[in-house]
Write a protein that binds this ligand. Structure first.
Ligand code: BYC
Length: 338
């Protein structure tokens, strides 16, 4: 079972029931800053639950970027042209970089990187459900860029205004790169749909059929079943609700699908004149829960790949530490001499 138990503190925790006058004042000042739309920095006082909520979300986000390198890394050696290979390499490297910015943001909250990795490698940490699906054909690369990065941007742009400044700053850089990721995916699909063979067009449609619903699920459970939303919205960690982001994503994707010439696999998609939004069909939440519980198509493979990478990279970490210690040791006499 995947859980984020390490970072959660439930409301009504008896330890929190009695608070000193100082704590109450600090809490009031903090709430006032949040209400005024101010950013909170790492050195500022913050409630424990705010800190833990941020570590939970930022670390899950970082793990998603790192695990998210795997489905696409799978295709680097098989990219059809040098140009596509260079683009894919750059995209996967960007994702590694995003993971590192986010781990650094989580570290500012007092959780070490070793603790974060341990939670991932032991299966206690969550990462995005989407990366537990396989990438079966080259068209999956374009489709992941279009739909998965498209969903990610929809979710991540509002986090650029997250109340915790180090997370917001990391997200500004990340969103610039995600936008390139989404466009390269869409352009790759457009090339196949406009200039490709019938077999290539069928490959794109098949990829869209497989990735559509998992992408729609990426935004998380419906608002009325999202245990963290109300508090995270109150604190300005989340700015837009899961369902509102999902709706924005569907509205944008329908038009993009029309231009591409693919059919989204939802017979219930229909324009709702009254709501001025696209209605869509029922989401299979049982599938979502199964993936979160570790029973998606690739959960075990993904986790094992990360554990193997960690173990096989031990010598690199040891060498880097030894080099840093040597430089530190050599630097001391020079400083003394000066
Ligand atoms: N997958 O109360 P809720 C990328 C969990 S990577 C797994 O609504 P919250 C990219 C949720 O954590 C993009 N778990 O939670 C990389 C919670 O469990 P815990 C990743 C999910 O936090 C490479 C429980 O369900 N983006 O872009 O208020 C290549 C109840 O949910 C999922 C981020 O991480 C899910 N899909 O809202 C290409 C964005 N959904 O923690 C692309 C940052 C929900 O209580 N994160 N859960 O045990 C967020 O915005 C929010 O954390 C979420 C969930 C919207 C995901």
């Amino acid at each position: 079972m995947y859980t984020q138990a390490m970072d959660t503190m439930k409301d009504g925790d008896p330890v929190k029931a009695v608070r000193s006058v100082d704590e109450v004042r600090l809490q009031e000042a903090f709430d006032a800053r949040i209400d005024a739309g101010e950013f909170i920095e790492a050195k500022d006082w913050m409630p424990d639950h705010y800190r833990k909520t941020l570590v939970r979300q930022i670390s899950q986000h970082a793990h998603s970027e790192i695990v998210g390198m795997l489905p696409e890394g799978n295709w680097i050696t098989r990219a059809p042209t040098l140009k596509r290979k260079a683009i894919l390499l750059a995209k996967v490297q960007d994702e590694g970089g995003h993971g590192l910015y986010l781990y650094a943001a989580a570290e500012t909250l007092g959780t070490s990187r070793d603790q974060l990795f341990d939670a991932l490698h032991s299966g206690r940490a969550k990462y995005s459900s989407i990366f537990n699906y396989p990438t079966l054909t080259w068209a999956d690369m374009g489709t992941v860029g279009w739909l998965v990065d498209g969903a990610a941007i929809m979710n991540q742009v509002p986090i650029c205004r997250c109340s915790y400044a180090p997370y917001a700053r990391a997200m500004i850089r990340i969103c610039r790169e995600e936008s390139f990721h989404q466009r390269q995916g869409y352009e790759s699909l457009l090339t196949m749909m406009m200039r490709g063979t019938d077999a290539q067009k069928a490959m794109v449609q098949d990829a869209v059929d497989r990735w559509w619903w998992p992408s729609v699920m990426m935004f998380g459970p419906p608002d009325d079943q999202s245990p963290n939303s109300a508090q995270s919205m109150r604190w300005g960690i989340k700015r837009v609700s899961n369902d509102d982001l999902r709706q924005k994503f569907v509205d944008a994707a329908v038009e993009q699908a029309r231009i591409l010439g693919v059919t989204l696999p939802d017979p219930d998609l229909a324009w709702n004149e009254e709501r001025q939004h696209w209605d869509f069909g029922a989401i299979d939440w049982a599938e979502f829960r199964a993936v979160l519980a570790g029973d998606g198509p690739c959960n075990r493979e993904r986790l094992q790949a990360r554990v193997d990478a960690w173990e096989e990279g031990a010598w690199v970490r040891e060498a880097a530490l030894a080099y840093a210690a040597k430089r530190h040791h050599n630097a001391i006499p020079m400083e003394r001499a000066a």
